[in-house]
Ligand binder design. Structure first.
Ligand code: S3P
Length: 168
């Protein structure tokens, strides 16, 4: 069995879908953000504030390399910026079947508007930031993906069914 990998923008539902899929498919779930926080013993916000985004991006690549060495039947959800590095996109595809949870800017804003844990969205105009980042990133997500799941207007049950049907 191959790993099932969930990618997509912040707030697209990767973590929740990952946990639910894990329960349903009886597979363990790994979240790269949580792995990094556990290894570093501090939050993503602390890592960004103290060591900067570039340091965090290196940690993401390290995390993927480490996962390549483990068994291949897990659910893996990854941070929203992880697929931006070309090297990471290659690693993701080696690691398993990649699902892009594709959400539009409005859907994302509704889900993250009260969130304080995502350093990239803490500025004055998060809506504009989401639109800009999404426009920059969408191509990377699509390039990394084996399957694109449109999550707009769908509940988790519908999203999970679509993923399950597409798993090979
Ligand atoms: C980021 C997304 C976050 C986390 C960090 C940076 C990004 O993960 O890795 O705050 O660049 O999109 P989620 O997508 O799980 O929120």
């Amino acid at each position: 069995m191959r790993n099932v990998i969930l990618i997509g923008f912040m707030g697209s539902g990767k973590t929740t879908v990952g946990f639910r899929l894990s329960y349903r498919l009886r597979r363990t779930v790994i979240d790269t953000d949580k792995e990094i926080e556990r290894e570093e013993q501090r939050s993503i916000s602390d890592i960004f504030a103290t060591d900067g985004e570039a340091y965090f991006r290196d940690r993401e690549t390290m995390c993927l390399r480490k996962l390549l060495g483990s068994t291949g039947s897990q659910i893996i959800s990854v941070g929203g910026g992880l697929p931006l590095r070309q090297e990471n996109r290659k690693l993701l595809r080696e690691l398993g079947q990649v699902f892009y949870l594709c959400a539009d800017a409005e859907t994302i804003y509704e889900r993250v508007k009260y969130d304080t844990t995502r350093p990239l969205l803490q500025g004055d105009n998060p809506q504009e930031k989401i639109r800009t980042l999404l426009a920059q990133r969408d191509g990377c997500y699509k390039e990394a993906a084996d399957v694109i799941i449109d999550v707009n207007g769908k509940n988790f049950e519908q999203i999970m069914c679509e993923i399950e049907e597409a798993i090979v």
